[in-house]
Design a protein around this ligand. Structure first.
Ligand SMILES: Cc1ncc(COP(=O)(O)O)c(C=O)c1O
Length: 380
């Protein structure tokens, strides 16, 4: 078998050589449990604290307000739940969010802790800012939880106005910055932000919640006193060392992603010429330069993924966390629904009946994510 060209960087970015080197070095010196009080434990602990300080510095927060977690998923769970543990109110979020936000929102509603306002989205995959503002103006909002950049389309969300409005009226804004951090130089807004190492070429299984939302945080897992009891479980000093190295090269990493625009646009033009009737999902100026999501006319997403895999090209047809399900992408469904609602205003929207109107034509979608720094993986 030949080489494998990896275009799936939104699922996870390959480990950078400097992250790997830092992890190997940490393995030699920090094999102890970072909670142990002996010298070896303190050495492991130092790596976690260095990471905490670097995250705080990069994201302009206090080190006290950095909770290290095992993933972006954990950080989002903690942040979105926090305001509803001690009080009931409205949660504003959207169907474009990652499941680590949407599923928590659904659970909070089921548990009777929150009333969820699913913000309208545009057909090109941006949040409807006026809808969010209108909801804020009605009052009772305890948290707005929105993403900075979408995981499937790469569309950067217009959060400036939402941020300003939230700050004005004292409502916390949680921003899921997992796809933005290390990939765009734009400042990360929000009172709390979720980041994950593996999107900026660090290791998997380490993330962080950074900032303070004004509500007391509560753990979503029960266990030990790590991270002031907010995230029980032994943290991995090797992963922390890899994350720290990735953070230290964050500007080079961003530049690598941002340099892809011309190449990505050429790729899209070639695919659209090959498959007449196909369209680019989320084709707006705010889309990040390294992401491409194409609805291929007449070809099922899953079939396209398999066919490209056989040709040695790795792409996805949705979020990695939904791989293996036959459901259409909720993100593309929400965008498609909006386009459909504009044409047929009297038919119900996805949000009205809680499921996607795209279910009938899912066979038309495929998505791919590109990055010039193509990783070549030998598969035998
Ligand atoms: C926007 C977004 N949020 C959250 C996550 C979850 O991060 P993790 O995989 O570290 O749990 C992802 C993962 O792809 C993501 O794309």
């Amino acid at each position: 078998m030949g080489e494998f060209v990896f275009f799936d960087w939104n699922a996870t970015a390959p480990l950078a050589p400097e992250s790997l080197a830092a992890m190997v070095e940490a393995a030699g010196v920090a094999g102890a449990n970072p909670s142990s009080v002996h010298r070896a434990g303190r050495l492991a602990r130092r790596i976690l604290e260095d990471l905490r300080e670097e995250l705080a510095r990069t994201l302009e927060a206090s080190p006290r307000d950095v909770v290290l977690t095992g993933s972006g998923t954990e950080a989002n769970n903690i942040a979105v739940r926090a305001p509803f543990v001690e009080g009931h109110g409205v949660l504003v979020t959207s169907r474009l969010e990652h499941p680590s936000v949407t599923r928590v929102a659904e659970a909070l509603e089921r548990e009777g802790r929150a009333q969820v306002h699913w913000a309208r989205v545009s057909a090109s995959g941006t949040i409807d800012v006026d809808d969010v503002r209108a909801c804020l103006a009605r009052g009772g909002v305890r948290l707005v939880a929105l993403q900075a950049v979408n995981q499937e389309t790469g569309v950067a969300q217009p959060l400036e106005v939402v941020h300003a409005e939230c700050m004005n009226i004292g409502v916390p804004l949680h921003v899921d910055a997992v796809q933005a951090f290390g990939r765009t130089a734009s400042p990360l807004l929000g009172t709390t932000r979720t980041v994950a190492a593996h999107k900026l070429r660090g290791p998997k299984s380490i993330g962080a919640l950074v900032g303070s939302c004004g509500h007391r945080l509560h753990p979503v897992l029960l266990g030990g006193a790590q991270e002031k009891g907010l995230r029980p479980g032994t943290l991995d000093p090797m992963a922390a060392a890899g994350f720290l190295a990735a953070l230290r090269s964050v500007s080079a990493c961003q530049a690598g992603f941002e340099a892809q625009r011309a190449r990505r646009d050429r790729l899209e033009a070639a695919v659209l010429a090959l498959f007449p009737g196909s369209t680019v999902n989320g084709d707006t100026p705010s889309r990040l330069a390294h992401v491409s999501n194409i609805a291929l006319a007449g070809l099922a997403g899953a079939e396209a993924v398999v066919a490209l895999d056989l040709e040695g090209v790795g792409v996805s047809s949705g979020s990695a966390c939904s791989a293996g399900t036959l459901e259409p992408s909720p993100v593309i469904a929400a965008m498609h629904d909006e386009a459909r609602a504009a044409k047929h205003p009297h038919e119900p929207r996805a949000d009205d009946h809680g499921r996607s109107c795209l279910a009938g034509d899912r066979s038309l979608r495929a998505s791919c994510r590109t990055n010039e720094e193509v990783t070549r993986v030998s598969n035998g």
